[in-house]
Design a protein around this ligand. Sequence first.
Ligand SMILES: C[S@@+](CC[C@H](N)C(=O)[O-])C[C@H]1O[C@@H](n2cnc3c(N)ncnc32)[C@H](O)[C@@H]1O
Length: 206
Amino acid sequence: MKALLELPFFYNLWRRGIARSDLNTVLVSTYARPANSQRVLDIGCGPAPILESLPRDVEYVGFDPNSAYIDSARARFGARGRFFRSTATREALADLGKFDVVMAIGVLHHLDDDEAGELFWMAHEALEPGGRLITFDGCYRDGQSRVARMLLDHDRGRHVRTQDEYLALAEGAFSSVSPHLREDLLRIPYTHVILECRKDEMGSGS
Ligand SMILES: C[S@@+](CC[C@H](N)C(=O)[O-])C[C@H]1O[C@@H](n2cnc3c(N)ncnc32)[C@H](O)[C@@H]1O
């Protein structure tokens, strides 16, 4: 099952089957909220399903190390974005300018603490002052449904955390982080945490 999800067709099928049909719309309209013509960086973009819900005139850049996902994103969305077959690194981002919104949707729980800490710093560096990073991941919480806990235990990502653990990593780089716990974004019992991390207007870190 986990190997099948590496293939864009099965990943998209699984995501459509399990997620609320308006998941991407909720992530964009409630949390990312890019204004017209803003620059959006998507770290771990996968087949770039978020583009279904982003305004057509944002300048979109996606990074993902999975070749099949990037090929699928290029085939489907072509000129709507630039897609890089690579993990996002500071070096890879250096020539791309600054972004108004950075997203890492379903990525942090694949990264160990050092890698996740680096993602937060890299996003901070890539953002314009006042810009925001939005992350979205499965999350443990006391008293959550046994179904949710079982699914989180068997996730492809080996680093599912509690809200406080995600927060502590984000606060290493960002002084302003707002967590949003959601249990209504899949068609099955599940817990997500969305972090909204704002770079201050002076551009300084935590
Ligand atoms: C659960 S998928 C999410 C894909 C997409 N963001 C979405 O919303 O459907 C996680 C993605 O993170 C990517 N990924 C894993 N480690 C990564 C890393 N170090 N840097 C960037 N992307 C990574 C994987 O290849 C995979 O496409």
